[in-house]
Design a protein around this ligand. Structure first.
Ligand code: GLN
Length: 205
């Protein structure tokens, strides 16, 4: 139960590959959180939300499937578990991937393009205000990032750059093309934690 003495929010980070420790370090700066690095399906039970980090979506998806994490995770998200995918994590969530037949979780109603801004050398950073997340400009780091070309009616676009969506929300699902975990700005982590708290309140009211 939330509010139990000595027990914080149970926030999972899928810890198979990629920017796992960067997310863990961000979460450690926010009080009241127990961080679970998820490497086995059993570790999914009892979590209040989960972050899918950046990295390499093909590798992460393959490992998650082989370790028996992908299917239970899909069911939990379908049942309302708050999830946030950054970059490769967004790709894991997508329903359609341009020029790719297989998808991973397939729950976020978008069509996205991988490596949409080019390769490693075309990585870039900029800033933007994302009103839903914070009133100030936040730094955005794009590394071989995807962008969303098309999205369904249930998808709320939080940030669009040149006609492509790079931050979206669909119910309990949050996805960003960029990597807040590689910056000092905790706004997006705090926003996700607020989403988890709201979802728990609805469950326990
Ligand atoms: N290009 C990677 C992929 O397709 C994602 C890159 C990232 O997470 N920074 O999976």
């Amino acid at each position: 139960m939330p509010g139990e003495v000595g027990k914080g929010l149970q926030v999972g980070v899928l810890a198979l590959q990629g920017s796992v420790m960067e997310h863990v370090q961000c979460l450690q700066k926010i009080p009241g959180i127990d961080i679970i690095q998820v490497r086995k399906p059993q570790q999914l039970s009892g979590i209040d939300g989960i972050i899918l980090p950046g990295g390499e979506s093909t590798t992460m998806g393959k490992l998650a499937r082989e370790l028996g994490i992908l299917e239970p995770l899909r069911e939990l998200i379908q049942d309302g578990l708050p999830v946030w995918g950054t970059c490769a994590g967004m790709i894991l969530l997508a329903r359609n991937i341009v020029q790719q037949d297989d998808v991973h979780l397939g729950l976020l109603d978008v069509t996205l393009r991988r490596n949409a801004y080019g390769g490693q050398l075309d990585s870039f950073s900029r800033t933007a205000v994302i009103e839903k997340i914070a009133p100030h400009e936040i730094p955005l780091i794009f590394i071989r990032a995807p962008y969303i070309e098309q999205w369904g009616r249930e998808v709320e676009v939080l940030l669009e750059l040149e006609g492509k969506a790079v931050a979206v929300k669909q119910g309990n699902i949050l996805a960003t093309s960029f990597h807040p975990e590689l910056t000092d700005d905790l706004s997006t982590h705090r926003y996700f934690i607020r989403k988890i708290e709201q979802s728990l309140l609805r469950l326990y009211l």
